[in-house]
Design a protein around this ligand. Structure first.
Ligand SMILES: Cc1ncc(COP(=O)(O)O)c(C=O)c1O
Length: 373
């Protein structure tokens, strides 16, 4: 008799969707994890041109077109001063597939995967799908992950630890010192560090650092993509990079679950990565202004809120009942527990929406705060 696998029975649809369903159609939505900008014109045009020229009809190389992987490699050398061989890149269906490849290729049945709690919902689910055991690690008060906490959680069964700076749901950015520690831990303990850097280009205070800049071994793989940086969530184009032997294992998985990423999306991504990066800076500047607006508003209400230094999320501590009060007033915010047990008592707000909507949203939050006090 056909039943369902244990792996799939251990996971469920993300709690975020339930919140969307609970709110009406005209609700203000601060639940979304995507920028509210169009993708760059030159990305649109490159896909249209490729389609019309009949260049996007066939499978590409499993890893993705060489030109696209060269464009990805060029970003690493320009932006992080890291040399990445285009052959050590697999383009994937978003960062989501890249995370999946990393887990499938490295996590043995029953092995442990350490990740931030609260953290991006996929880390827990993908660990379970790979047959692994999730080991969520609580964050510091400023919502960054403490390298010491990672080190303490490592056992002889640890396959990997995930770091995510700038972070979802927190907006927290790890310091250079911490990122150097992530690299040292991966080297010294001989465990894989999966560094999820999809918000790399949205850092407001300080700089983005990657453990791949500091690791001496090949124990770091980096996940990134076009979804957030270029507002291209619908194109489903991400990538993973790591050493040749790791890429060689991950391509085995990618070949059978995906074959290659969508060819039109590859042309669009290549144009986005190699064209002007002004659009990225404009988005980042806009997010920073909105961050200030939202953080000031929340502080005026008397809520405790660590100032996020990147991404487009803010995670205030909220009184019991606050999220429900917001939702019943037509404002979608996501309860912190959707991102892990330690998220309880927090809410995640995405400020990837217009200033006018954010101002309206702050007014509703003010009312919700008064209602629960
Ligand atoms: C931290 C993080 N990693 C990865 C992803 C995956 O995004 P995508 O598959 O669109 O690249 C997301 C999306 O919200 C995210 O927040």
């Amino acid at each position: 008799m056909t039943t369902f696998s244990n792996r799939v029975e251990q996971i469920s649809i993300s709690g975020i969707r339930e919140v969307f369903e609970a709110a009406g159609d005209d609700a203000i939505n601060l639940g979304l994890g995507q920028p509210d900008f169009p993708a760059p014109d030159h990305a649109h045009q490159a896909a249209v041109d490729a389609i019309q020229a009949g260049k996007a009809d066939a499978y590409t190389e499993n890893k993705g077109m060489h030109e696209l992987r060269e464009a990805i490699s060029a970003r690493y050398s320009q932006d992080l001063d890291v040399e990445v061989d285009p052959d050590d890149v697999i383009t994937t269906a978003g960062g989501s597939e890249a995370l999946h490849l990393a887990m499938e290729a490295h996590v043995e049945e029953g092995q442990e995967v350490i990740f931030p709690d609260p953290g991006f919902v996929a880390y827990d689910a993908l660990t379970k799908l790979a047959g692994g055991k999730p080991v969520p690690v609580p964050l510091r008060d400023d919502l960054t992950i403490d390298p010491e906490a990672i080190e303490e959680a490592i056992t002889e069964d640890t396959a990997a630890f995930v770091v995510n700076s700038p972070g979802n749901p927190t907006g927290a950015v790890s310091t250079e010192e911490d990122v150097r520690e992530f690299a040292r831990i991966a080297d010294e303990h001989d465990v894989l560090c999966i560094s999820d850097e999809v918000y790399q280009y949205f850092v407001f205070d300080g700089e983005h650092y990657s453990p791949i800049q500091f690791a001496e071994s090949d124990n770091v793989v980096v996940v990134n993509g076009c979804s957030k940086a270029y507002s291209m969530t619908g194109w489903r184009l991400g990538w993973i990079t790591g050493s040749s032997r790791r890429i060689e294992r991950m391509i085995r998985v990618h070949q059978y679950i995906q074959a290659c990423t969508s060819a039109p999306a590859q042309f669009a991504a290549e144009a986005a990565l190699s064209g002007s990066q002004d659009v990225v800076q404009e988005m980042s500047d806009t997010f920073e202004e909105r961050r200030d607006l939202v953080v000031n508003g929340l502080e005026e209400m008397g809520l405790d809120v660590p100032t996020p230094k990147g991404a487009f999320y803010v995670m205030p501590e909220v009184p019991e009942g606050w999220v429900d009060e917001c939702i019943s007033r037509g404002l979608i915010v996501v309860p912190g527990e959707a991102f892990g047990e330690q998220g309880k008592g927090y809410a995640r707000l995405s400020y990837a929406t217009s200033t006018e909507e954010l101002e309206e949203a702050l007014e509703i939050m003010r009312e919700a705060t008064e209602a629960v006090q």
